[in-house]
Design a protein around this ligand. Structure first.
Ligand code: NAD
Length: 424
């Protein structure tokens, strides 16, 4: 299914819950406000298709990451920009939504080529962005160093320092403490809040955290920090994977030694790490498909969209799915899983920790006053808790099919209210 059509199918499901007089505002959310695209080059003859989609700015400046990936497409960037719009509203942030992307496999570029491409992209979007206009950040295959190059290039264009124009920057250039781990950290907070509510359910009440098993697809920024923080919290992380395959360690793996092993070997697929030791006797190699179908309590898709779809939804055995990637469950799979009783914590809330700490970074940049990591973590927990309580309150005791619909309705109602105040 086309990623944008998939994203919009959720908007369609929200429609019956929106007041008839507000439907015209809902229609505005079916298309992005601006699609900016160009072919850029990295200083050589090679050209790359680049996009920036500014979806909606009713609640504040556009906000959203920049993805470097060979499969980036216009409709994918549109879908991601739409989700950012909804996500910022769900988290209660003063932002609209946007997203950027370049069709490139960055693994095939030298460091010099990557820098030139990042600078070329920043120069292209410079006229359209700014701290009060559109604030980009990292996404798949982009990182603080790339944000540093982009900020530097942007500042050359505007001719003044403007750290608030990008988030996810290195600390020295105005980044926030706690940003790198924020998405994973927020996801673990979200899981904790959910389990607190589920304690009333006998199945979960009797289960100590140390026996709650977790499998994570994707071992990049989000997947790694989710694994690390969940393990520190006491959950038993039994499986992780990356694009080369995965590993299953029955007694629980150590995310830190697994990461060190991945760095050495190039993939997690042969890293069977418990404690400080990696040994084949501890586990076995599994495929990405097998990871998704493991009989675990919590499944965490933290790679790319569409990982759980109508082909494998029936085979998913996890009782809880934490959507840490954007759009990892297609709408068709969502229907199948909802019928099965699987609890899905939707991406628009579960992975909002990243944009929330990006917001904290932006606030610190605008005020020029910087916080310690503990303060950032506490503020994130509070923000995620408030958002979770709003979603839970909307869902529990209602006839809504799942938490996703509750979150969507809250977000859409809020954006519509802002649209009405701005442009009738
Ligand atoms: P990343 O590039 O750091 O990591 C991606 C990981 O996914 C890598 O380990 C990669 O090997 C793995 N992967 C790729 N294809 C795979 C496949 N087919 N099967 C299994 N693993 C595969 O990216 P990230 O920043 O961790 O982002 C992951 C997801 O989370 C994306 O959907 C992104 O949009 C979303 N997200 C990221 C943030 C953030 O702050 N980084 C915030 C919100 C949402």
């Amino acid at each position: 299914m086309d990623p944008f059509q998939n994203a919009l199918s959720y908007l369609k499901q929200v429609e019956p819950y929106i007041k008839p007089e507000d439907k015209k505002y809902l229609s505005r959310l079916k298309t992005p406000q601006n699609i900016i695209k160009v072919k850029i080059n990295n200083g050589k003859t090679k050209e790359f298709q680049a996009f920036r989609v500014q979806y909606n700015d009713a609640l504040g400046p556009y906000k959203g990451g920049i993805r470097f990936h060979q499969n980036v497409s216009e409709t994918e960037v549109m879908a991601l920009a739409f989700w950012m719009t909804i996500k910022c509203a769900v988290a209660g942030l003063p932002y609209g939504g946007g997203k950027g992307g370049v069709v490139v496999d960055p693994k095939k570029l030298s460091s010099g080529e990557l820098e030139r491409l990042s600078r070329a992209y920043a120069k292209f979007i410079a006229p359209f962005i700014g701290e009060k206009k559109d604030v980009p950040a990292p996404d798949v295959n982009t990182n603080p160093q790339i944000m540093a190059w982009m900020l530097d290039e942007y500042e050359k264009v505007v001719k003044y320092r403007s750290p608030g124009a990008f988030t996810g920057k290195p600390l020295l250039l105005g980044g926030s403490a706690g940003r790198t781990k924020a998405t994973g950290q927020g996801g673990v907070f979200a899981l904790k809040f959910l389990l607190e509510k589920l304690k009333k359910n006998t199945l979960w009440a009797k289960k100590p955290i140390s026996q709650i098993t977790v499998a994570i697809q994707g071992f990049g920024n989000v997947g790694y920090y989710f694994a690390k923080i969940a393990s520190e919290f006491g959950f038993k992380v039994v499986a992780v994977s990356d694009s080369q395959g995965g590993v299953y360690v029955k007694d629980g793996l150590n995310p830190e030694t697994t990461l060190a092993c991945k760095k050495e070997k190039g993939s997690v697929a042969s890293c069977y790490c418990r404690g400080s030791v990696c040994d084949i006797r501890y586990g076995k190699t599994i495929t990405n498909e097998q990871l998704l179908e493991l009989p675990v309590d919590v499944l965490v898709p933290a790679a790319l969209e569409g990982a759980i779809n109508k082909k494998n939804a029936d085979k998913i055995k996890a009782k809880i799915i934490m959507e840490m990637a954007n759009g990892p469950v297609t709408s068709e799979a969502d229907e199948i899983l909802t019928k099965k009783g699987t609890i899905i914590v939707p991406d628009i809330f579960a992975n909002a920790g990243g944009v929330s700490v990006s917001y904290f970074e932006w606030v610190q940049n605008l005020s020029g006053y910087y916080w310690e990591e503990k303060e950032v973590d506490e503020k994130l927990e509070k923000l995620m808790k408030r958002a979770f309580e709003r979603i839970w309150e909307k869902f529990i005791g209602s006839s809504l099919p799942n938490l996703r619909m509750a979150a969507y309705i809250l977000a859409v109602e809020k954006i519509i209210a802002a649209e009405k105040l701005r442009r009738t």
